[in-house]
Design a protein around this ligand. Structure first.
Ligand code: FMN
Length: 178
């Protein structure tokens, strides 16, 4: 049995960046989820998914749900990466939504990613512009944290990735017995 593997599902590179940092810290294997078959994960004691957040959904989490019957013995953790600043209420909601049909002992962690409209696909950029237009009509005092972040990041290039976001996950993996 191998120690652990980090699988990343990343569109613009932030979740991949965190996956590589985690690999340095833990000496686990690290692979793009696209290249992985569920049966391969059975060789590992621990599986970590690093996935970007898109419209409140964690990229790659559907893989864990789809193959749940083959992943019963592994310790599994998820590290999700979004543009919003950490907000306990919003994160609780995100965990609740994404945790549906997910093994109950799977822990979910959060790290802040990046935002660069110049690197987005045309569809993503358009989607974000539509969202920004809708938010712009609201009273700024009523903005939720993700709305505030989206409006502040408008037209800008931001990278909030920081190794420190990984610490709670690393502590969990090091301190929890298998
Ligand atoms: C179309 C679109 C939707 C997004 N939805 C969210 C969201 O719901 N919550 C959030 O925090 N960030 C959201 N983001 C920002 C991404 O999560 C952020 O850029 C992250 O760093 C992407 O990770 P990746 O590069 O590994 O895919 C969205 C970005 C795009 C382009």
């Amino acid at each position: 049995m191998k120690k652990g593997i980090i699988c990343y599902s990343s569109k613009y590179g932030s979740a991949k960046k965190y996956a590589k940092w985690l690999q340095e810290a833990l000496a686990y294997d690290c692979r793009d989820l696209k290249s992985i078959k569920a049966t391969e994960l059975q060789n590992y004691e621990t599986v970590v998914l690093c996935g970007g957040i898109y419209a409140s959904g964690i990229k790659g989490i559907s893989f864990l749900k789809k193959h749940a019957s083959q992943l019963t013995h592994q310790r599994i953790a998820v590290f999700c990466v979004g543009a919003s600043p950490y907000d306990p209420q919003a994160f609780a909601q995100l965990k609740q939504n994404n945790g549906k049909d997910l093994r109950k002992d799977i822990r979910i962690f959060y790290g802040r990613g990046a935002w660069d409209e110049s690197k987005m696909t045309l569809v993503d950029r358009k989607l974000c512009h539509i969202l920004q237009k809708v938010i712009a009509k609201k009273d700024p005092d009523t903005y939720e944290p993700w709305m505030k972040a989206l409006m502040e990041a408008r037209g800008q290039s931001k990278d909030w990735c920081d190794k420190q976001y990984l610490q709670p996950l690393i502590t969990y993996l090091e301190q929890t017995k298998l």
